[in-house]
Each structure stands twice: as structure tokens, then as C-alpha cells.
Design a protein around this ligand. Structure first.
Ligand code: GRF
Length: 202
């Protein structure tokens, strides 16, 4: 049976679009069962609607505390049968309560070569530091910020005249390949987490 995933977003949703494109092309054997956004205006919601994918909005301001916010997101994902949670441009840190409901079943895409440049403005941090290569990382989520076991990484050059935006554009091209690739590996049952390491069956 086709595995179901839930995609959690905060904004534009180009990574969601890339997942949908790969599914359409027959390259990614999963179904997006639900899209959950913490912003009503997220453009990602329009992308979901276009595909007839159910979506749910859970705004932090409508919840009495972080626990309720996270419970409502987890409930939305589980009620649609999501077996894997994909954070695709979700701009909040999840706590242990949420993570324990999906053990090793939450993936995040981060626009840097972890463990360098965690948190916000990763691409700007890379430009400011003067690194010569940058990239993106797909990892399982643990309780830290961008610290979980790494599934795969893709590398791009950093050019002398790069700005945060120009580097972000170059990295985004790789993000759009990396996230579907990681989801596919999961769907095929090829990922095993051993401590900090993710073993990929060939
Ligand atoms: C991506 O760069 C992602 O790595 C970061 O936020 C951005 C989201 O882009 N966490 P989009 O919403 O998928 O277009």
C-alpha cells in the first residue's frame, strides 16, 4: 500500500511543490495525505488545494500554549493517517512531546551543511563566514535545533559575489532534489537509525 506522508509548512511551499512534482512524475511512491500550516496565508496551502490535498491550519495564537499547538498539529497529521512527517519550511522548533509521537518519523530540510549554520538565515551565515561550499541537509528531527541524525546532504559552491539570496537560490535547487530523495529512501524502507548515524541500504 502507498505510504502516507504529512507535510508541515509555514510559507511558500516550494519544497512541497517539489514533492508533488516527483509524485506526479511517478518517481516518489508516497501519497501526501495532509498539509498542515501554522499560517493561514501560507502559499503552500494554495498548492495543496490545487491538488485536492486536505489541509489544516493550526495557528500558535489560537492555542493556549505550545503543548496545545503541537498536539493539534500531531492530531491533524495522525487523523489523516500520516506515517511520516515532513517539515518543509516549517519555521518552529518542536518539543519532545511532539517528537515522541513520531519516533524517527519526522524529517526536516535545512539549507546548510549541518552541523554548520543551524537556525535561521543559514545561507546568510554561510556567506558571512566565507565558506567555499554550502548546501542542504535532510535529517531526522530530534529535540535540538537542526541536530538530528543526517539522512543525506547536497553540496553547492559558494561564489565570491554571492549574497544570502543568490546562495539561497542555488541551494534551493538542491533542496528540491534532496527532500524527495530522502522521502523515497524512507518509503522504500531503506533507512535505519543507529545512534547519530542513518544507515542507507543500497
Ligand atoms: C527552505 O530553504 C528550507 O530549507 C527552509 O525554509 C525554506 C522553505 O522554502 N527551512 P519553501 O517554503 O519550501 O519554498
Amino acid at each position: 500500500m502507498t505510504k502516507k506522508i504529512g507535510v508541515v509548512v509555514s510559507g511558500r511551499g516550494s519544497n512541497l511543490q517539489s514533492i508533488l512534482n516527483h509524485i506526479d512524475a511517478g518517481e516518489l511512491p508516497v501519497e501526501v495525505a495532509v498539509v498542515v500550516s501554522d499560517h493561514q496565508e501560507a502559499f503552500a496551502l494554495q498548492r495543496a488545494a490545487k491538488y485536492g490535498i486536505p489541509s489544516e491550519v493550526v495557528e500558535r495564537k489560537d492555542c493556549k500554549d505550545k503543548a496545545e499547538f503541537e498536539d493539534r498539529i500531531a492530531d491533524a497529521l495522525l487523523s489523516h493517517g500520516a506515517e511520516l512527517v515532513v517539515l518543509a519550511g516549517f519555521m518552529r522548533i518542536l518539543s519532545g512531546n511532539f517528537i515522541s509521537r513520531f519516533p524517527h518519523r519526522i524529517m526536516n530540510i535545512h539549507p546548510a551543511l549541518l552541523p554548520s549554520f543551524t537556525g535561521l538565515h543559514a545561507q546568510g551565515q554561510a556567506v558571512a563566514y566565507g565558506v567555499k561550499v554550502a548546501g542542504c541537509t535532510v535529517h531526522f528531527v530530534d529535540e535540538g535545533t537542526d541536530t538530528g541524525p543526517i539522512i543525506l546532504q547536497k553540496v553547492v559552491p559558494v561564489l565570491d559575489d554571492d549574497t544570502e539570496d543568490s546562495l539561497a537560490d542555488r541551494i534551493l535547487v538542491e533542496e528540491h532534489k534532496a527532500l524527495p530523495e530522502a522521502i523515497k529512501l524512507w518509503a522504500e524502507g531503506r533507512l535505519t537509525v543507529e545512534g547519530r548515524k542513518v544507515r542507507v541500504a543500497r
